[in-house]
Each structure stands twice: as C-alpha cells, then as structure tokens.
Design a protein around this ligand. Sequence first.
Ligand code: ADP
Ligand code: ZN
Length: 437
Amino acid sequence: MPIYWQQELETMPRSGLATFQLERLRETLRRAAGSPFYGAVLARRGISPEDIRSLSDLDKLPMTTKEDLREHFPYGLLSAPLDTVIRLHCSSGTTGNPTVIFHNRHDLDSWANLVARSLFAAGARPGDVFQNICGYGLFTGGLGFQYGAERLGALTIPAGAGNSRRQIQLMTNFGTTVIHAIPSYLARLHETFRELKVDISRDTRLRILVIGAEPHTEGQRRRIQDLYGVKAFNSYGLSEMNGPGVAFECECQNGLHLWEDAYIAEIVDPETLQPVPEGVVGELVMTTLDRQAMPIIRYRTRDLTRFVPGDCPCGRSHRRIDRITGRTDDMFIIKGCNVFPMQVEKILMGFPEIGNDYLIVLETVKGVDEMLIKVEISPHFFTGEMEPLENLRRRIQEEIRDEVLVTPEVRLVEPGALPKSEGKAVRVQDLRHRQGE
Ligand code: ADP
Ligand code: ZN
C-alpha cells in the first residue's frame, strides 16, 4: 500500500527540492513579468528573472501585499491572456474588500492535485466518502476540496454549509467517512447529533475530520476530536495561494507540511520584514511556484506561525509550519497590551464547563477601553442557573488576566446565546470606534 500520493515529490531530499524550487521560481518570474503589476515593479527595480541565481536571491524581489491586490483589482496581476483563464475565486473578505484570483486549466489541475495529496497525507484514500461541509461559490473551501477529493478518488458530497439535520442525514445515507468543515461549525453540528440521538460511532462510518479556514487552538481541536471520537487534521490555505492544499497535517499531527514544490515559504518579522530564526514565530510570506495565470511573489499572508524544527517521522521532506496563532491584523491593543484572540481561546478551552463559542467585545465605558468576554456555558454543564457559576467566572477572569495582562470582564451566557455566523466565526467585536459618533 503506498503511503504517499506523490512519493518522489513529497520525500524529495532538501537539496533536490531547492534546485526544483529555483527552477520554478525563475519560470514564475518570467510569467509574472507579463502582468501589468509585476511588469512595472520588476522594471522599476531593474530585476530580470535571470538575476535570480539562487534561492537566497529571493530577497531581491519585492513583497506583495493584500493592498497591492486590491489596488490592482481586478486584472493587474493577471499574467496570462484572459481567454485562457477558466475560473476565478475571491477571498472571504474577512478583513476588508475582497481580492480576486484567476486560474487557468493548469492551475486548477495543480491545485486539485495538492488538495488530493493533502487529504492522502491525513489518511484519506480513494474509495472514501468525503462530505464537504462548507460554502461553495467564491469561497475556495467549496470547489477547492470538491476537485481535490474527486482527484483523490473519493465519492465527494458537495453538501455546502449549514443545515445540520441534512448534513447528518447525508452522512448516514451515504456512509460518509471523511468530513471537511470549519472547526466552529463542527462543535455546533455535534449538538444536532445529540438532539437527533445519532451516535457517531454506532450510526456513522466517520473516520477522519479535516478542519481549517479559521484560527483555532490545540484545545479546540482536542475538544472536536473528543466529541466525534476521530482525529481532526488541520488544513491551512488562503485564496491568494489557491485556497486549501497549501499546508496540511499528516497522520503524525505535529505541524502542517507546507508543500514546498508548489510554494516558497518564508517567515519574517512583520515589523522589519527580515527572516526570523528557525522556530521563532513571524509572518508567513509565500511565493507561488506552480501557478500560471496569476503568479504571486512573496505574498505577505499576515498569518503568524513558525517553522517546526526537525524532520517528520512520516518521511515527507517538506517543512512543517505550526498552527496559525493569529493574523497580524487580528491583534488588538487594549490598555496598552497586545492581545490575540487565540490567547483567550487557549484559556477558555481549558475549562470543560464552558462551550465552544465566545465573543470578545471591546468597548469604551466612561471613557476607558474595556474588554468584555462573553462565554457560552457548555450545554452538558448548564443547569439553568447562573449564580452557582460565579466561582467559575472568576477563575476564567483570573486565568485570562494572567495570560494577556489585562483584567477582562467575563460574562457567562446560556448555551446558544451568542450569534452564530454561517462562515468563519467572528471572535472579536470592536465597538470602540463607534462610540460617541
Ligand atoms: P479571508 O482572508 O478573507 O478570510 P480566505 O478565505 O482566503 O480569505 O481565508 C484565508 C485565511 O484564513 C488565512 O489567511 C488564515 O488567516 C485563515 N486560515 C485558513 N486556514 C486556517 C487554519 N487552518 N488555521 C488558522 N487560520 C486559517
Ligand atoms: Zn509528516
């Protein structure tokens, strides 16, 4: 039984991988130079693809930001004739106006292959029944996983987002073995399993969960694994780099292999833009190596992670990144302290009494900025009374204060009381700007 989707590429010795990357980088630059945006940028800097003699010359190339993509919307980065382009996707617009990415036939083929490889690494196999529980349409998780799972040879159910009862019906009707969904939704879906009295281990054939598209902590993953009784594998990607299939956990679950034959990854200090030492957290910067219609060079993802040092026992040579701890633009400053939502989640997930949903509200009270954290009680724990929970509330407050160095107001709320979003969970509501308007 093969244990890799593409053994030669996935286990390529690092020196060979570097040569391979350099070749593809040069080709990528040649293509990129054909777009109005990169054509002008490279000309201004006097750089031609031939100037890139080794991978260390990468830093001669400018970085690309989300603002560049927005400013040159829609066609500024397109480097192939429009009539060879066959698909476009937009990012979800979590942090502002969306951006557009174009693909030609080669690009879609390459992407599907990367997703198939990723699913295979997590243990999915041809013959699995793959239920894709996420928004289709412009969001890349839908079609990205659809084509990838088909490429793998799985019976692929394009279930779409929401409608939990129907999701469970599909699972039991067709014997779903692998599910892809965002983590915040899986916690909610599990409630419907309970309501319907469907026992996952008895009534379904589920064996693998794939979770991604939004930041989540190791604690959140463990909770999901406990609820479903199967392993949950972290899937990382972003529209600008195709979507899913950029970095994925293998069966070792010890970091996400970033597919280095298709991307060059750098991790830099977001202030100085200089590389950080190996193992240190910084901003992930990526260059596409196998995209023709719209190559992107040194894209600042704004996602924070680190390279996991050492080799993976699975034998894949592609480096691993750690789970994303947040986005540089997720961070908020309150009372002079920098806080990431995942720091709060990490503490919350340590309390079995609380559920999976929480909301951080930043507001100005009597001229002072305050952090209010609304936390849902776990339905398994909630008795209908809030008063006996005062002690719990205080403990949560103290632990969060010790982690983020600001004392929050913690408010426990009933299960299901917080607003739910169809797509990615909204963890922070910043009302500070609106007050006094
Ligand atoms: P948007 O930037 O509008 O959300 P995308 O749909 O392209 O658009 O989402 C990509 C972003 O989602 C990534 O840059 C990252 O911030 C987040 N993301 C994707 N997968 C993961 C993951 N496994 N863990 C944490 N964050 C993730
Ligand atoms: Zn591995």
